[in-house]
Design a protein around this ligand. Sequence first.
Ligand code: CAA
Length: 398
Amino acid sequence: MSQSESVVPRIGIHDLALATSHYALPLTALADHHGIDPAKFTVGIGQDVMSVLGPDEDIVTMAAEATSRIIERNGTDGIRTLLFATESGIDQSKSAGVYVHQLVGLPQQVRVVELKQACYSATAALQFAVGLIARDPSQKVLVVASDVARYDLGSSGESTQGAAAAAMLVQADPALLTVENPAGVFTEDVMDFWRPNYRSTALVDGKGSIRAYLNAIGGAWEDYRAQGGASLEDFAAICYHQPFTKMASKAHRHLAVLSGANPTPDEVAAYLADTMRYNRVIGNSYTASVYVALASLLDHHEGDLTGARVGLASYGSGSVAEFFGGVVQPGYREHLRVAEHTAMIDSRVMLDHTAYEVLHKTTLPEDGREYLTARETARPYRFAGLGDHQRRYERTLG
Ligand code: CAA
């Protein structure tokens, strides 16, 4: 059989697990501190709470927690690749995924690599995973997205911080969502948001970033349509990258207008509501955000989504965007993690503004000396400290 005659297997997301931080800050506390009307945050940008990392947490500890949940349920058989997507890299050389590989006990016969393009790279990882599995459908790929969104104290971006990881097991005959062809893609060199190597917080042209996001998502959508993709009304739901949930509303309205429709704000809000529940209380999680939105949709949608087409609209500043569809699989509800996700979000410890500011100002030594982090997280993995310029991690449970 020639390659063109071969049957392309159904490939997609078999399992999806989230993790977030030990702490969180209600945005009312941030508004009070700055003397701002809280409605600017809760209504204007559509955020209620943002996750805040403890001193002994980072992208590795969140990623290890989400990945371990996947392995507890599915084992490691067939996993030969781990793709780690982040824009909060902890090392210029070593992939954060290699730490996760060790912490969760993956076998050595696994390739691990880190991918970067702002908030977009988890979508690239998912597409690369689909390609690997199309070549050998017996293989499975772990796609792990983990990020902490940090802006300067007092900056306009401060209310759009957050932190989370999303781990996905990608394989043939998936239980949750098959990934469809085609995908629409778009790239443009634009300085809307970036983080030079010498900074721990991002630089952003706030209003310019909103314009760049809309332009790129519109470009990806038009490419998707030109490649023969479905029309807007064929989607039961669309999960957008959500730096703040109001951004998804702006993006959906933009695609609707490009498609000749003119939905009211209430119609847009109702269409997107289920995709926003987790993001509203986690905040921006960069690479993980669009997959947090997918988990939110699947976990909260009341009707049966079996057979429904769901859109994924991914954006990474700088900028790259991609739009593609997926089909929700029969029996998907038995594979959801609603209780686990709810407990994880509800168990965060709420900070007051003073404690948040102390955490935000905490920095790590850069001279290679021994440094032990304060033992604060109740999550299963912790960043124990530094020594000899190396990061140390440990399990806290079991
Ligand atoms: N009640 C209700 N609404 C209010 C209000 C009040 N009292 N006060 C203000 N608002 C509304 C405003 O009208 C505005 O709504 P619209 O955008 O619909 O007009 C909204 O609240 C925000 O107000 P401002 O525009 O005045 O807010 P700002 O300029 O202080 O900051 C921001 C907004 C630019 C998004 C800023 O938070 C920021 O820079 N965030 C980081 C960058 C970002 O997230 N960009 C998104 C695209 S880039 C991307 O997606 C990649 C990524 O992950 C970073």
